[in-house]
Design a protein around this ligand. Sequence first.
Ligand code: HEC
Length: 257
Amino acid sequence: MGHRFTLHFTHLPTIQRVLYTCTLCVLVLGYVFAMIYIVASHHGRDGNPMITVKDIAIAYGGSKTGTKLESALRGPMSGMLPADENLQIVAWLQSGAPKKVYDQELKTIFDDRCIACHNNRNPHLPSLEDFAGVSAMAEQDRGVDLFTLVRVSHIHLFGLTFIFFIIGGIFMHAHFKHEWLKIAIIITPFVTIVIDVASWYVTKYFEPFAYVVIGSGALMGLSFGVQFVVSLYQMWFYKLPDEVQQRFYCSTVPDGE
Ligand code: HEC
């Protein structure tokens, strides 16, 4: 039944398999960079340099104890200044971020270490040129704001659908003994994209959902990996079993002929 209209890889012209191979290879590169980006932008938020569930929870829901500035200083911005200055700023934050201490001791640190990037001329980064800018970052960290989540959601939903439509369209030429397994592998990423995006919003208000964010991301990655490996393998190294070959040729003859 299931094989009736699906050509196996080995029946596709070489040019099509070459195109598929190039597409898969570049997609896998993109995936690797996406992973690097996730680790680079989220790790260390909880003080532990490895990426943890807590990091994800803080990224979406905010740190219940620290501030945006503190999360950044413990995480992605920790390399921007020496450890003692970093501690000095964190201590200041924890003491309630008084303006007097900022004026006397900290302004020079921000000027030396931060404003090369965080200045009024760069609209994409919060300005740390003056006390107003710094104290805006010294407020309680509430995590990603809703507007950003909405923006990232639509990008992910569109982008990942393209990716999995393409990779699924390639992978469907694979031969599986159990057709349902192939179908499950193709469906998985579409289901997990929706669960993943939805769980960002839930995590924002209910931290334990960080596990769902990670679990659905992992399942999506697994499906991607399986489709990539199986497709490349069956395209170039696999010999379709004789009985399947047989069934394939019989079943491609249209009914009634
Ligand atoms: C080389 C450029 C550069 C320097 C220097 C730099 N930053 Fe950043 N900073 C960035 C970029 C890019 C981002 C946004 C990407 C990210 O979050 O990783 C960012 C993000 C931040 C954020 C998070 C902003 C938000 O809206 O969540 C804070 C807070 C921050 N930096 C503080 C600092 C502090 C404090 C210093 C100085 C000790 C500093 N940065 C030095 C480039 C820089």
